[in-house]
Design a protein around this ligand. Structure first.
Ligand SMILES: Cc1cc2nc3c(=O)[nH]c(=O)nc-3n(C[C@H](O)[C@H](O)[C@H](O)COP(=O)(O)O)c2cc1C
Length: 164
């Protein structure tokens, strides 16, 4: 049975995700793109994953670097979500505060509410995407006193989490 691509997108759009910027550094140049397909995988060993398109130019650069950092965006960072999603922007890091992580040197965005610095453990073929599994080597979250709230993506738009 064939699935209509438009219907596929519409139905899958009903599943909300958080928003991350996955970063890396290659030949001293920071690379980063917006990723919603981030998932935790395993606690022992500590593994996380995400799914980039096989054709993604930025994924190929991050893959070549051997490591990546997952930056979780907060609900005030919609601008960063779009900035890192546009492939027309040559340098999405312009005007963005970041520092290299201690272990892999991948960019940690100052505005992120949490980050996980990873080495690439495995890359699996998954249709028109790859499933990238990373081993977490360092991680941190924002100070709870700042009451961090996540940015959410749902049916093509951005919003915020509201507790019941
Ligand atoms: C909210 C949101 C989530 C996204 N999630 C993914 C994702 O999980 N995988 C992916 O390959 N691209 C995702 N994208 C698209 C990428 O951010 C980006 O547009 C794409 O990698 C550009 O291609 P390039 O790497 O060749 O420059 C997402 C975009 C948005 C706005």
């Amino acid at each position: 049975m064939s699935i209509d691509p438009m219907k596929y997108r519409q139905v899958l759009g009903h599943f909300p995700t958080g928003v991350t910027v996955v970063t890396g550094i290659l030949d001293g140049e920071p690379v980063g793109f917006t990723i919603g397909s981030f998932t935790s995988v395993s606690l022992d060993p500590p593994l996380v994953g995400f799914l980039p398109m096989v054709t993604s130019e930025r994924w190929h650069r991050i893959r070549a670097s051997g490591s990546f950092c997952v930056n979780v965006l907060g609900d005030g960072q919609s601008d960063l979500c779009w900035q890192f999603a546009k492939n027309s922007i040559e340098q999405p890091f312009e005007g963005v505060a970041w520092h290299p992580s201690d272990i892999t040197g991948s960019p940690v965005l100052d505005a992120a509410i949490a980050y996980m610095d990873c080495t690439i453990d495995e890359v699996y073929d998954a249709g028109d995407h790859h499933f990238v599994m990373g081993r977490v080597v360092e991680l941190e979250h924002a100070d709870p006193a700042t009451e961090p709230r996540p940015l959410l993506f749902y049916k093509g738009g951005l919003g915020r989490f509201q507790a019941h």
